[in-house]
Design a protein around this ligand. Structure first.
Ligand code: G3P
Length: 215
């Protein structure tokens, strides 16, 4: 499974990229707004740090303006993926952009049917939102499992980006479910390599070594 960072915080991206753990980055308007930086400037900076796909989202709701925004976004760097919301207008934009060879990430996918529509329209990536389904007592993980199963059955090449990932268990579960990618917030990512037993083990080893060294 590939790991994307779901952030526009350049310090987080640099820190975790330095470990060789980042295959790509996803952003959305909320994530960009959180940084309080110019959209174009921050996306361009991210594309210089991460060589893999960097998703930048359109804000228009009509097809024509979405396409115009997409054409502008892809000029910023070679590794830009245009993030498009899962609507009728969005699907129309994805259909046109895919025929132009522009990579798209259909976002806000909450059902198997929506994932199938995104794939059929030509999406490079489809992003099911786990956490937001869990928030309303639905089952985000089941959606990822169902998408994996149906995409395998019909040999659909659209890659599944498990998004709205909130916990270590989410990451582990979507890996087991065969998600192509998990996109992970910068605050969650460091928790993936930490474990209290690792910390306790290191402390114990060092204490024993100190005791032994003094003898
Ligand atoms: O990748 C989508 C993600 O940014 C949404 O996450 O936690 O706001 O549901 P969340």
């Amino acid at each position: 499974m590939k790991f994307f960072l779901d952030t526009a915080n350049v310090e987080e991206i640099k820190r975790i990229s330095a470990l060789g753990l980042v295959d790509g980055v996803t952003t959305n308007p909320s994530i960009i707004a959180k940084e309080g930086r110019n959209f174009e400037e921050v996306i361009k900076e991210i594309t210089t740090i991460v060589k893999g796909p960097v998703s930048a989202e359109v804000v228009a709701l009509d097809t024509k303006t979405m396409i115009a925004e997409a054409h502008n976004l892809v000029k910023w760097a070679d590794n830009i993926v245009v993030k498009i919301p899962m609507t009728e207008e969005g699907l129309a934009a994805v259909n046109i952009l895919s025929k132009e060879g522009i990579k798209t990430n259909v976002t806000l996918v909450f059902s198997l049917a929506q994932g199938l529509m995104a794939a059929k329209a030509g999406a490079t990536y489809a992003s099911p939102f786990l956490g937001r389904l869990d928030d309303i007592s639905a089952d985000g993980l089941s959606l990822v499992k169902d998408l994996r199963s149906v995409f395998n059955t019909y040999d659909i090449k659209t890659e599944i980006i498990s998004a709205s990932v909130r916990t270590i268990n989410h990451v582990q579960d979507v890996a087991l479910a065969g998600s192509d990618i998990a996109t992970i917030p910068g605050t969650l990512f460091p928790k993936l390599w930490k474990h209290p037993l690792t910390e306790a083990g290191i402390t114990q080893f060092l204490q024993d070594w100190e005791t032994f060294s003094k003898k």
